[in-house]
Ligand binder design. Sequence first.
Ligand code: ATP
Ligand code: RIB
Length: 313
Amino acid sequence: MRKPIVVVGSINLDLVVGAERLPLSGETITGNSFATFHGGKGANQAVAAAKLGYPVAMVGNVGNDAFGAELRRGLESAGVDTENVRAVENSSGVALITTGRQGENNIVVVPGANGRLTPELLEKSAGTMERAGILLAQLEVPLETIEYLAEFAERHNIPLMLDPAPARDLPATLLRRLSWITPNETEAKALLPADIEDQGAGPGRAAERFVALGVENVILKLGARGCLIAQRDMPELRVPAFSVAAIDTTAAGDAFNAGFAVALMRGVEIERCAVFASAVAAISVTRPGAQPSMPTAAEVDTFLKSHSAHFSN
Ligand code: ATP
Ligand code: RIB
């Protein structure tokens, strides 16, 4: 029996405006499209892993509004176990997203119900979390909940992969309990400001610093430049991104994390996990929206076959 991936995190409705470019501070521009998509970093990772054919359970909150019921149905139709998704007295989480023509974006998240995912609620999901092969988390729910989760993961000897997004200061005790941390460059800068500024160092130095702080494995996500992996007592690995025409990079990081976790659970060696994750993310950036952009296992398989000749890893 495969141990499920258990995702503890946010569930949002994304309100997405498309424009030629992102507006500057104080500027008004005219957009050219508007759409809503199911999103939230937690739910995106859960849906992505489920679409890749792996058993996934989600622990999170929706609001007691119409969005909440719709967001739950979205998770269910992707095959995610929603037994631990609770409707709480609040509005559902929403994200206001603007995307530019090159696929770039900026996002404002209003947590709503996600902000009510307390350690006490997590305790009610202990039975599900104990059975996890790996726990995935992000920072769109209260930090005390993530700290509780990290302590739980350590106590039960379950690996925890934290995507530190949106970035915020993290206590040293939390970092030491992580098996994996997966910041992008902006998040790494926010988490390690002094180190990055100190020596104008590249991403390798930032990843090393996380290892020195006690995180076992670090994946630094570098957008279209791929990713860098640093592990305790292991040589650094770099895996380039696939070359694709990006139209919307929203949730590329979520696609990557889910792909990496699924490959890891299937016993794939680390560098190949990163190649698989990069393929999942590359497909996602060629499609609009967060959850609808996540590929199936068959789509990733086809993609990898057709791109292997162009991939010099
Ligand atoms: P997001 O916050 O948008 O979900 P992120 O900032 O956490 O994403 P990124 O570094 O932007 O993460 O992207 C994660 C991975 O997705 C990259 O390591 C890369 O493999 C892939 N990726 C991102 N952008 C592109 C792109 N334009 N073309 C191909 N692959 C991409
Ligand atoms: O990582 C992308 C996600 O960030 C979006 O789906 C949005 O909901 C925000 O949480």
